[in-house]
Design a protein around this ligand. Structure first.
Ligand code: ADP
Length: 412
């Protein structure tokens, strides 16, 4: 059996899961945070290392505060800790590493075996950093740290964008000057592809239909949120665009808007385009509209207190989600199932209810009791009369990454 490490490296963090394959069972998971963090005087700060695993048959969560000056130190410590705690007997048990990569552009149509810390794959990922500056560079730092710590172990890059590469030109092109596309790659790439792929495949199993014959709409509603239309197992449209800013309103992101708004605000407040994009990415969405936090639980609290802005934020978000589902229903010529996943999709019962009630005209009938009970578990939430089956399907991006390490890395 292979033990595969699924890694999501960010600029100051490394999230990881160690999985047993092909059983797909979780051995350990955790995160290293505050890597390379310094205070205002430039002094190095302590990091946070959280590790969850089974100790003598019991689930434990341990947190320590080591110094984590860079990713390489973090990875060394992680691997050393796995051996010390007897989670693996020796590091040779780890036979593959998979890295989540946010942007693969048009170049990566599938996951890719990484040909070394300075090879063509790494260089291509860095070249694509224009489209995801913070993310892609951080992923490469993570890859290099693992090459150093586990020499000779195959590493595979799994891109958030590859699942959306099957979109037709009519779905991915913007109506901007064509040269923007040919010169700068301006088009829709989408995101959360690994999740959309997992959830659409799992939903096909749950509705008991061959994937090739299915039309499924996946709503990945987390802090970042996107919707995909998946026909015959292939993505035909998705709500995120060149970057994850496009689409529905999210925790802190605005989703779609008329770009002229930027000109008006820039003129009045003397802001740059960078400032404004920062506001659209970090201070908009539920946070901007509702005025509380980006967390849907705080918006819900506000709604229960009768706060108009929270009620408005919820209504705007649910309307825009329903709009996307309806348009994908038309684009695919029908729909067998709508699947909800990620933090809000798996847990926010009243959001699912509001969205599905808005879709009554398509023959959607929610099973209110089943919906109210479905928290973070697979569950059917539509009645037998519903023309479209509706499901909660918890996502599992790490399993998809591990599967691709086995397939693309030819790991035994
Ligand atoms: P991301 O991976 O994009 O950071 P998640 O999928 O973890 O996001 O989703 C986070 C969001 O999901 C939170 O901001 C919160 O709004 C919502 N969420 C998570 N758990 C719950 C819950 N138990 N009840 C309601 N909302 C929840």
């Amino acid at each position: 059996m292979a033990k595969i490490m699924a890694v999501n490296a960010g600029s100051s963090s490394i999230k990881f899961q160690l999985l047993d394959m092909p059983a797909e069972t979780l051995i350990a998971s955790g995160v290293m945070e505050r890597i390379g963090t310094k205070d205002a005087n430039g002094n190095a700060q302590e990091g946070i290392f959280t590790l969850k695993y089974n100790k003598n048959g019991e689930k434990v969560k341990e947190e320590t505060n080591p110094m984590l000056p860079d990713h390489a130190v973090g990875v060394e410590l992680l691997l050393k800790t796995l051996v010390e705690k007897n989670i693996v007997k020796e590091l040779t048990e780890i036979t593959g590493v998979g890295h989540r990569v946010v942007q693969g552009g048009e170049y990566f149509k599938d996951s890719a075996l990484i040909d070394g810390p300075d090879g063509t794959v790494v260089n291509k990922i860095l070249e694509l950093a224009d489209l995801a500056p913070l993310h892609n560079k951080a992923h490469v730092v993570g890859m290099r740290a693992f090459f150093k710590a586990l020499p000779g172990v195959p590493e595979v890059a799994v891109f958030d964008t590859t699942f959306h590469q099957t979109m037709a030109e009519e779905a991915y092109m913007y109506a901007t000057p064509y040269e923007w596309y040919t010169k700068y790659g301006i088009r829709k790439y989408g995101a959360h592809g690994t999740s959309h792929k997992y959830v659409s495949q799992r939903t096909a199993e749950l509705i008991n239909k061959p994937l090739e014959d299915t039309k499924i709409i996946v709503c990945h509603l987390g802090n970042g949120a996107s919707i995909s239309a998946v026909k015959g197992g292939k993505c035909v449209d998705t709500s995120m665009g060149l970057t994850p800013l496009e689409g529905i309103p999210m925790g802190t992101r605005s989703g779609n808007l008329d770009p002229t708004a930027l000109q008006v605000v820039a003129k009045h407040e003397g802001l740059t385009l960078d400032d404004l994009l920062n506001t659209l990415n970090k201070k908009s969405g539920l946070l901007g509209m509702g005025g509380r936090t980006n967390d849907a639980r705080d918006v819900t609290k506000g709604m229960n207190e009768g706060d108009h802005r929270c009620i408005m934020a919820f209504n705007v978000q649910s309307k825009r989600i329903a709009d996307y589902i309806a348009s994908y229903y038309v684009y695919m010529g029908g729909c067998d199932a709508i699947a909800f996943t990620a933090g809000m999709g798996e847990n926010l019962t009243h959001l699912r209810e509001k969205i599905l009630n808005r879709l009554g005209v398509l023959g959607v009938v929610i099973d209110k009791e089943a919906n109210d009970k479905a928290y973070g578990v697979e569950a059917k939430i539509s009645t037998p009369e519903s023309k479209i089956q509706c499901w909660v399907v918890p996502t599992n991006e790490e399993v998809m990454i591990a599967r691709d390490v086995v397939r693309v890395g030819n790991v035994k």
